[in-house]
Design a protein around this ligand. Structure first.
Ligand SMILES: C[S@@+](CC[C@H](N)C(=O)[O-])C[C@H]1O[C@@H](n2cnc3c(N)ncnc32)[C@H](O)[C@@H]1O
Length: 262
């Protein structure tokens, strides 16, 4: 019997709970409409840059770039010269790691934020012979169908409200054979109230208020697997999804084809 992943009669796509259509009352309390500093137009660019730099530091320190690159390479293991599009790259650490690991990979490194793109283009990625750096909005990707083997969106999918998130799934699975989402894991609503103050305090002490603020919001805006299924169902294309997690990150691989064959 197939589980029904569509949004429920009482929720529209815009009010889809981050915990999915069947989210409990407690889970629905543990989400927020509040935006991260990174997503606000009224926030000084220096604050946003400080958050991106802190993320770069965290990704290096905890070896997230390596972890995400390994996940990506698994998805294109049988392709000699994989073409990979990174959305929401921020600092570009993941794409840099991919280019170091794979001698033939071609990477398009993008973000919706022009200041992040300018910073990445001014650094080593901007002059790398196998990298293109440019602005791209995950919800409306400027590329033909199947232009890439893989699209990767790391630690960013939760930034999108549900309607935009469904559009990103439709777009990423249109322009690539596979869409790899690696995001903050939505924790159980029982664990979260105990965990959040601790995590926030640790990040506040290490990285400062703006990063702690954005991290807290990320945890409350993270999508569960059932929410991701509902978003994929909303695209009205037949999307196959495979999930895994390592208790820190939620991983989803999506495809319009058979995931065992693409
Ligand atoms: C938390 S940062 C993640 C940066 C990096 N990928 C990492 O793992 O550290 C989220 C990024 O998503 C970007 N972003 C937000 N909305 C976006 C959209 N609609 N399309 C593309 N990028 C987006 C932000 O500008 C930001 O750089």
């Amino acid at each position: 019997m197939h589980e029904d992943h569509r949004v429920s009669a009482t929720d529209t796509i815009d009010t889809l709970p981050r915990g999915g259509p069947a989210a409990s009352w407690l889970d629905r309390q543990l989400e927020t409409e509040r935006l991260e500093f990174l997503d606000r137009d009224d926030v000084d660019d220096r604050v946003k840059r400080s958050v991106v730099r802190a993320l770069e530091h965290i990704c290096t320190k905890f070896r997230y770039n390596e972890k995400f690159a390994q996940l990506a390479m698994q998805e294109v293991a049988d392709i000699p010269r994989p073409r990979i599009l990174e959305l929401g790259a921020g600092h570009g650490g993941f794409s840099r790691e991919l280019l170091e690991r794979h001698p033939d990979v071609e990477v398009t490194v993008t973000d919706i934020d022009p200041a992040s793109v300018d910073d990445m283009a001014a650094g080593d990625l901007g002059s790398h012979p196998r990298a293109v750096v440019r602005v791209e909005d995950a919800t409306s990707i400027n590329a033909p169908d199947q232009a890439y083997d893989l699209v990767v969106f790391a630690q960013s999918f939760h930034h999108l409200p549900p309607r935009a998130a469904a559009a990103a799934i439709a777009e990423a699975t249109r322009v690539a054979k596979k869409f790899l989402i690696v995001d903050v894991l939505r924790q159980s609503p029982i664990v979260q109230p105990l965990r959040l103050p601790l995590i926030s305090a640790v990040i506040l002490l290490g990285q400062g208020y703006p990063t702690a603020h954005d991290w807290l919001i990320s945890e409350l805006r993270a999508y569960s697997p059932s929410a991701l299924q509902a978003l994929a169902a909303h695209t009205e294309t037949d999307i196959a999804t495979r999930f895994s997690n390592d208790r820190i990150h939620q991983v989803a691989v999506m495809s319009r084809g058979d995931l065992d064959k693409v």
